[in-house]
Design a protein around this ligand. Structure first.
Ligand SMILES: CC(C)Oc1ccc(CN(CCC(N)=O)C(=O)c2cnn(Cc3ccccc3)c2-c2ccc3sccc3c2)cc1
Length: 257
């Protein structure tokens, strides 16, 4: 009896998810969702596992959430692996992290291509090891003609550095007479790493931290912010759907103003 209930229950969960997806797709879905993926280390610590186990688990969640946002017809999913002490971590952890992209792309690139996903990245990839750079460049190259969801990785991304870089480029262009001395918001945003992307409509951060941590400060000026205590490796489709439903409630009210 138990096995029947167990099976029945299982079937119920997946069809329940399918129902929720149909429900969410009935209203306006955010065009651009940005996620600060935080909590891998804490997730591992809670289970007395090495931190790299949290990163490995976190990578599988990136794949799951990419598939769901693609199903929801979201246009852009920007993922930022939040970590202040990225480079100050023990060498073994940094080495592992820098191998993850090859595993992620090696395992999931065929699936991403089948889903018509376009892999993009913003940030300084020069600092990445050669083998990591190669994997990223290959994924960007192999998916450049895809027209579905844009999966945008923020690599070594810092918003203030991005804004300063834009200002310095503008100063140079004004000196060289390429642009006038006054520019508008649209011209300014063309100098940012996100130049061609629309601003994020919904910004999600996991693991209970309620901070932007120098992430897309210019671009998130009008984003709906949604925070959850859930640690990134525990983040499920249901959590993303909950965030989108909350976004739909808020923007419906805004629309009604
Ligand atoms: C095209 C794409 C696959 O290329 C990439 C090239 C280099 C990186 C490494 N990296 C950039 C360096 C930096 N942020 O300083 C990170 O963001 C970083 C820092 N921790 N974790 C573990 C973690 C895993 C999952 C979720 C959060 C953190 C990651 C990390 C490593 C591998 C993968 S695979 C999908 C996401 C992801 C994130 C990332 C991507």
């Amino acid at each position: 009896m138990y096995s029947i209930w167990k099976r029945f229950g299982k079937k119920d969960a997946s069809s329940d998810l399918a129902l929720k997806i149909q429900q969410v797709k009935k209203s306006s879905v955010p065009k651009h969702i940005a996620i600060i993926m935080d909590g891998n280390g804490r997730w591992a610590k809670k289970r007395a596992l090495p931190r790299i186990a949290g990163h490995h688990e976190g990578m599988k969640v990136v794949r799951k959430i990419t598939k769901l946002t693609s199903q929801l017809n979201v246009s852009i999913l920007t993922v930022y692996a939040f970590s202040t002490e990225n480079w100050k971590r023990p060498k073994s952890e940094v080495d592992y992290i820098m191998k993850l992209p090859e595993e992620f792309l090696g395992t999931f690139l065929p699936e991403l291509i089948a889903e018509n996903v376009k892999v993009e990245m913003m940030g300084e990839i020069d600092l990445l090891p050669e083998h990591t750079k190669r994997a990223v460049k290959q994924a960007v190259e192999e998916t450049k003609d895809n027209t579905g969801l844009i999966l945008n990785f923020a690599l070594n991304y810092g918003s203030r550095a991005e804004i300063l870089m834009a200002v310095n480029k503008i100063i140079k262009d004004v000196k060289n007479g390429i642009i006038d001395e006054t520019i508008n918001e649209e011209q300014f945003s063309n100098y940012l790493m996100t130049r061609a992307l629309p601003d994020p409509d919904l910004l999600i951060r996991t693991s209970g931290e309620i901070r932007l941590s120098n992430f897309m400060l210019w671009q998130a000026a009008y984003s709906e912010l949604w925070f959850t205590d859930v640690l990134w490796p525990d983040f499920k489709e249901e959590h993303l759907l909950e965030a989108v439903e909350e976004y739909q409630k808020r923007t419906r009210r805004f629309g009604g103003v």
